[in-house]
Design a binder for this molecule. Structure first.
Ligand code: KIV
Ligand code: ZN
Length: 388
């Protein structure tokens, strides 16, 4: 079995649908550019039936990023699938992502359908989706709480109907790693090489990353995740964390992704500049304190030999060198360097003037200007040159 793990980014879909995270089509396009630099394998750009904005975002990302595999979400209904297919029409590598709940609790209270009905609708929907595109994914929503015999049967039926990827979400973040690994291992065995098994973990118990890792060890080869771990409720598996676990602990985990990790920090900052919150300061990998050493003993050890207290070279994830906080006394030069670190390396003189003006106005009001605020000023100053 290949050890390559595919990264399916859903920042612009599951992430964007959560409180405080909505983005305009042009913001989604800018974020998509960063996700392309990052090297994600699949970019889920929206849920076209949900809103005109989602439809247009999928359409715009499909048109702009021709080499990218672009996914659109659809429930297992004719209307949803046709709308998603229409939004993906111009994509060179479209993925139609169908989903339907499979747990008894969802069947009884939400769908009010029998297992047989759900099975039939899933099969019909995948067959319909295959008429529009070869690359169809099926997600068994609430898979982690689904009866395992039924989940195995519906996964096999979905593959027979034409799905290439079977995603088994822990929709409510309820599972624990040993239990989830057992479930994933069972379905991986049952499907063999007929489909890629994917996971999509929510973080309600703070286990989204641990569950995703357990799933990889059990044979899952696609991880659905988001920048900064944003997503419904407590969020999704954090892309930067799962990727850096695999990269840092290759001694125990012989798996690899195609992610260009030096873009992780600027992706985090860019996202934070577009939504209403950034990662907490002590967030692994991208938090403001993730590479800060405060205690005297730690500083002493770190200055003698970095590896005493640092397991990742911050440059590996693109964290700017030094912990310089820019404030009202910082000059244009330091600001220009910081803009480059944050993903704006080629500002024109006029753009830099505008950024400097915006920065000075903000620096007059606040003590230290955060990186996401600087990124927001850069986005504003460069907005007219980016295609929307
Ligand atoms: O959490 C979930 O189950 C989902 C599916 C639609 C993939 O977001
Ligand atoms: Zn989800």
């Amino acid at each position: 079995m290949s050890q390559r793990v595919y990264i399916f980014d859903t920042t612009l879909r599951d992430g964007e649908q959560s409180p405080g995270c909505s983005m305009t089509v042009s913001e989604k396009l800018k974020m998509a550019a960063k996700l392309v630099d990052l090297g994600v394998d699949v970019l889920e750009a929206g849920f076209p039936i949900a809103s005109v904005g989602d439809f247009e975002a999928v359409q715009a990302v499909s048109r702009e990023y021709k080499d990218m595999s672009v996914a659109a979400l659809a429930r297992c209904t004719k209307l949803d699938i046709e709308r998603a297919a229409e939004a993906l029409k111009d994509a060179r590598r479209p993925r139609l992502h169908t989903f339907m709940a499979t747990s008894d609790i969802h069947l009884k209270f939400k769908l009010k359908k029998s297992r047989e009905q759900v099975m039939e609708e899933v099969v019909k929907s995948i067959q319909l989706a295959r008429q529009f595109c070869d690359d169809v994914e099926f997600s068994a929503e609430d898979a982690a709480r689904t009866d395992q015999d039924y989940l195995e049967a519906i996964s096999k039926a979905a593959v027979a109907a034409g799905a290439r990827t079977i995603n088994l979400p822990d929709t409510v973040g309820y599972s624990i790693p040993s239990e989830y690994a057992q479930l994933i291992g069972r379905i991986v065995n049952a499907l063999g090489d007929t489909a890629v098994v994917s996971v999509h973990c929510h973080d309600d118990l703070g286990l989204a990353v641990a569950n995703s890792l357990a799933a990889i060890e059990a044979g899952a080869r696609q991880i659905e995740c988001t920048i900064n771990g944003i997503g419904e409720r407590a969020g999704n598996c954090s892309l930067e964390e799962i990727v850096m676990i695999l990269k840092t602990r290759g001694d125990k985990l012989p798996y690899f992704t195609g992610i260009n990790t030096e873009h992780l920090y600027s992706a985090s900052v860019l996202l934070a500049s577009m939504i209403t919150f950034g990662p907490q300061p002590n967030k692994a990998i991208v938090g403001e304190n993730a590479f800060a050493h405060e205690a005297g003993i730690h500083q002493d050890g770190y200055l003698k030999e970095k590896s005493t207290y640092e397991i990742i070279d911050p440059r590996t994830v693109g964290v700017p060198e030094g912990r310089l906080v820019l404030g009202k006394h910082s000059g244009r030069h330091a600001l220009k360097d910081r803009c480059a670190d944050l993903g704006f390396p080629d500002l024109t003189k006029e753009e830099l003037d505008a950024v400097y003006k915006g920065f000075c106005e903000l620096a007059d009001r606040v003590k230290g200007v955060r990186n996401d605020a600087i990124a927001a000023i850069c986005r504003e100053a460069t907005s007219s040159r980016v295609s929307a």
